[in-house]
Design a protein around this ligand. Structure first.
Ligand code: HEM
Length: 550
């Protein structure tokens, strides 16, 4: 990463970042940060994880200075590669590698939970119970397939991308973008838009009403803009420990957006706690259509006497874990599918041949009498089990997108015992209190594991096996790629995320033609935030057209 940028510039920026992180570490220490909060200098050094083996002078100097700062603060942090035996080590020593500190730091700094005076053990118990509930619903293959089938993804994708020229019929995600209808028809099926805005909005538009009720987005019309504003303006600064009063206007806007989302979520729980009391309903009617998962979480919050404002913050954090990576990686996945020569047609053929998607018969849609007529089809059913089993190239392309666009960092704190970790390059002696970050940034680009590592090779993860009867069986195998983290604290929603993304992508591929404005696909720049998936920078203007008569 650093190699492409002038070294003196990297050094100057890096030195400012080290000074800010050190000042923030001191600030938090003097404001009573407990030993379980991740120090800002550690988060900064973790961000340099990708440069661990770099011989660039700027990277070496910055790492040296950070290590001196850590010695001065009596801190110890090591960045480690995700080589195979590290995974075994984390699983075998689950009492030594603690993830609780990272989660509580995220909840406090980024989502604003005030943990002052709260019992640490109670907070950890809450974390464990909520994580278990998510894992129960989002890890098991058949539970996830049933949930996604109930979500009717196929018809949602059809109905959420309508491009109506009637402002009253616009979809919530269209508020994020300047959608230009190019050929106004009754169904508004040809439009110019920013692909990122569409895909950023689509996932929350599908998942949020399923959880908090069909009317939630309508009652909170600025929600999608607030999610974006919080993500782009505030999350990195908050994670670095910047206090919320810091007078940087864009940062303050991000924090205000966060607080509006928190309040919106809090109001659902306020209502659920006293559904018969109209004064507590947050000014709206009922939310009887919240999901069972929300009711179960309410039960946990009540049992552990978590106050309402903290419930809003924790709910926001859980939602963020669910949608933020998913929507970013969906963008990159769709971008690669449509921009890699030949891939779209091959995937269309694969999805169609799998029989996973059923379509309505050709339907003639016409706008005003005398204007253009369109023959188009809608998705009537989507069989997610078949899709994920019978479409290996779709799955392999998704893994390849994850390899290129997910920079996973895992934070752990060492507790209870000393331990030695050897990642094949260095031997690290760690003691209770030491911080460890495990990064996949080196291995995912290792040319020995992935030849031509910077190229997008759709079939890279395809595996062919021949059965005893001589049949060739083709599957997609994720092999050593670890986008979801490793060990006992790895992502608790990865089965859900993977299937949701494959399902949405298959529907888009089936229904839409997408072409870049200007005629040539240009991959946008990307930047690192606090979630593993790299964020696309800027807009990607495209023309989307409903497929006709195929
Ligand atoms: C593309 C989408 C996603 C990516 C790339 C992703 C990635 C990750 C990563 C890297 C971690 C940290 C793992 C570690 O420290 O070892 C994590 C944790 C977590 N993720 Fe995801 N995630 C995604 C989607 C989801 C979804 C859809 C859900 C919920 C339905 C979810 C729920 C969680 C939870 C609850 C944790 C905390 C696990 C724990 O501390 O034990 N994630 N995720």
């Amino acid at each position: 990463m650093f190699a492409a940028i002038p070294q003196t510039f990297v050094l100057q920026i890096g030195l400012v970042a080290v000074a800010v992180a050190a000042a923030l570490s001191l600030y938090h220490k003097s404001h009573g940060a407990t030993h379980f909060m991740v120090p800002p200098t550690v988060t900064l050094e973790a961000g340099f994880g990708a440069e661990r083996l770099s011989s660039s002078k700027a990277a070496l100097v910055l790492r040296f200075i950070l290590r001196c700062v850590h010695r001065l603060f009596f801190l110890h942090h090591e960045a480690i590669l995700d080589v195979p035996h590290i995974e075994k080590m984390l699983s075998k020593n689950r009492d030594i590698f603690d993830v609780g500190a990272m989660t509580l730091t995220l909840l406090q700094r980024v989502f604003g939970c005030d943990f002052a005076g709260k019992e640490h053990a109670r907070l950890l118990a809450m974390r464990a119970r909520l994580t278990k509930l998510v894992a129960r619903d989002a890890l098991n293959e058949s539970t996830v397939i049933a949930a996604l089938n109930r979500a009717s993804i196929g018809s949602k994708v059809s109905s959420l991308i309508t491009f109506s020229d009637d402002p009253g019929l616009r979809q919530p995600w269209e508020r994020l973008d300047d959608v230009r209808i190019l050929e106004p028809t009754e169904t508004g099926r040809l439009a110019e838009l920013d692909l990122k805005s569409l895909l950023n909005g689509l996932i929350p538009c599908i998942s949020i009403p399923l959880q908090y009720g069909a009317g939630f987005l309508g009652r909170n019309p600025s929600l999608l803009e607030d999610l974006n504003c919080f993500e782009t303006q505030a999350t990195v600064w908050l994670w670095m420990g910047l206090p919320t009063w810091f007078p940087l206007p864009s940062f303050r806007r991000g924090v205000a957006a966060r607080d509006r989302v928190r309040k919106a979520l809090e109001s659902v729980f306020r209502y659920l706690q006293s559904p018969s009391d109209p004064t507590k309903g947050g000014g709206y009617g009922g939310d009887a259509d919240v999901s069972d998962a929300i009711l179960e979480r309410l039960h946990v919050f009540e049992e552990l006497s978590i106050p309402l404002d903290a419930i809003g913050q924790i709910e926001f954090a859980l939602n963020w874990a669910e949608y933020e990576n998913t929507r970013k990686i969906l963008f990159w996945f769709i971008f690669y599918i449509y921009s890699v020569p030949g891939l779209l047609e091959t995937l269309r053929h694969e999805v169609s041949a799998s029989g996973a998607i059923a379509l309505s018969d050709l339907e003639t849609r016409s706008s005003d009498p005398g204007t253009t007529e369109h023959d188009s089809r809608d998705i009537t059913s989507l069989d997610i089990a078949t899709l994920t089993r019978e479409c290996p190239l779709l799955k392999s392309s998704f893994f390849e997108t994850a390899r290129l666009m997910m920079e996973t960092l895992m934070f752990r704190q060492i507790v209870n015992h000393d331990i030695v970790m050897d990642d094949g390059v260095h031997r690290h002696e760690l003691r209770p209190g030491s911080w460890v970050t495990i990064s996949n940034s080196w291995t995912r680009m290792d040319p020995e594991l992935y030849p031509e590592p910077h190229s997008f090779i759709p079939e890279r993860f395809i595996k062919k096996t021949t059965t005893a009867e001589g049949h060739v069986h083709t599957t997609a195998n994720i092999r050593r790629l670890r986008p979801w983290g490793v060990g006992p604290s790895m992502c608790k929603g990865h089965t859900f995320a993977e299937k949701e993304i494959l399902a949405i992508a298959a529907c888009i591929v089936t229904l839409w033609d997408i072409e870049p404005v200007g005629g040539e696909w240009k991959r946008p720049e990307s930047k690192q935030g606090i979630s593993p998936t790299l964020a696309p920078v800027g807009r990607v203007r495209v023309v989307m057209k409903r497929r006709e008569k195929w």
